[in-house]
Design a protein around this ligand. Structure first.
Ligand SMILES: Cc1cc2nc3c(=O)[nH]c(=O)nc-3n(C[C@H](O)[C@H](O)[C@H](O)COP(=O)(O)OP(=O)(O)OC[C@H]3O[C@@H](n4cnc5c(N)ncnc54)[C@H](O)[C@@H]3O)c2cc1C
Ligand code: FES
Length: 316
């Protein structure tokens, strides 16, 4: 276990583990909860030398003053968060809300599609559409039954829910794009489809709706650094235009997104990300191999220089 220093930041009030790699954190941050709008995201620093991690606001409760994040542990920082973000500890920093809120008014019938982890960020939009009087068709896709989460939350705000699993262990067997085909077959007057998930999934959704000329919005997740439009890291190609997802998005017209460019740019630092994860994992293993009397606080008190798990892995 990482010896995380306590931080004054924002307290974690609840946590739920949906699978070995996916977990939700309910964080006390009344100002963020007050300002948050569906479609927006925050940039989180778990500890004072932590990497800046963009995460979508998956839920917010203004009365309780909380925001909920759902995280998938894919690399060094999100795995580190999985270890140290426990109920009662605090997140060191949280900047936001960032990004352009999703427009939710003026639609009569919408389809909200979430694939895998994308189920979490689509939730505030589904609820927001419902609150604005739209007929909401939810389509949720998971690889298999045991990975399903938040089905009850969607049932509460959707007029129809199509659950899809790749292996057919729950709901219909197939991808979310098959769910969209089903929705289109049953409804002629869909105003908009909103899809959030891996780029390949969002591309498949846009390809499915294109022949029917149904407006399709996708939420892009390029690598972000500052989140203020200054660094250019989150550059995406939308038709003939170059946009910065952090300030111009993250929602864009799915029929215009250059998904090939997005997927290529997401892989750009794969070697560095792999090396950072290996260094961090090795440091964690060294901490675990240390004699029990020298672990954590006792080791620090003894004055012996144990390896700092964050040493050499800053910046991902
Ligand atoms: C607007 C936005 C919203 C997001 N919302 C969520 C969310 O709600 N839940 C969630 O689990 N993940 C979300 N992500 C992705 C999340 O930020 C990355 O998974 C995380 O930064 C990976 O960091 P890592 O050190 O664990 O992994 P690394 O090993 O560093 O990277 C693994 C992969 O994550 C992506 N990634 C790495 N660094 C960044 C970065 N700074 N910005 C964006 N992507 C990065 C790359 O594709 C990379 O290949 C979001 C990303 C964006 C841009
Ligand atoms: S993250 Fe730097 S410009 Fe968007």
């Amino acid at each position: 276990m990482v010896d995380a220093k306590p931080s004054p930041g924002f307290k974690i009030l609840a946590r739920e583990d949906f699978s070995d790699v996916t977990y939700s954190l309910v964080i006390h941050h009344p100002l963020m909860a007050k300002a948050a709008r569906p479609g927006q995201f925050v940039i989180v620093m778990t500890h004072e030398s932590g990497e800046r991690v963009p995460l979508t606001i998956a839920d917010f409760d203004r009365a309780k003053g909380t925001v909920t994040l759902v995280v998938q542990a894919v690399g060094k920082s999100t795995k580190e968060m999985q270890q140290i973000c426990q109920v009662g500890t605090s997140i060191h920093g949280m900047v936001g809300p960032m990004g352009v809120p999703s427009p939710l008014t003026g639609k009569k019938k919408v389809v909200c599609v979430g694939g895998g982890l994308g189920v979490a960020p689509i939730y505030p939009q589904a609820r927001g559409f419902k609150e604005n009087g739209a007929y909401v068709i939810g389509i949720l896709g998971f690889r298999t039954k045991k990975l399903i989460f938040w089905e009850d939350k969607f049932r509460a705000c959707c007029d129809e829910l199509i659950l899809c699993t790749d292996d057919g262990s729950a709901g219909m067997k197939g991808f979310v794009s098959d769910g969209i085909k089903l929705a289109i077959a049953g409804h002629r007057n869909i105003d908009e489809v909103v899809a959030i998930g891996p780029p390949i999934m969002m591309k498949a959704c846009a390809d499915t709706t294109r022949p029917h000329a149904i407006k399709t919005i996708v939420s892009l997740n390029p690598i972000m650094v500052d989140g203020t439009g200054m660094c250019g890291g989150c550059r995406v190609k939308i038709g003939d235009e170059i946009k910065f997802a952090c300030v111009d998005g993250p929602d864009f017209d799915g029929h215009k997104v250059d998904f090939g460019d997005l997927m290529m740019r997401l892989k750009r630092y794969a070697e560095e990300e792999k090396a950072a994860l290996e260094r961090w994992s090795e440091n964690c293993r060294m901490m675990q191999r240390a004699p029990p009397a020298l672990k954590g606080g006792e080791a620090a008190e003894s004055g012996l220089p144990l390896p700092d798990p964050f040493d050499g892995v800053l910046g991902g």
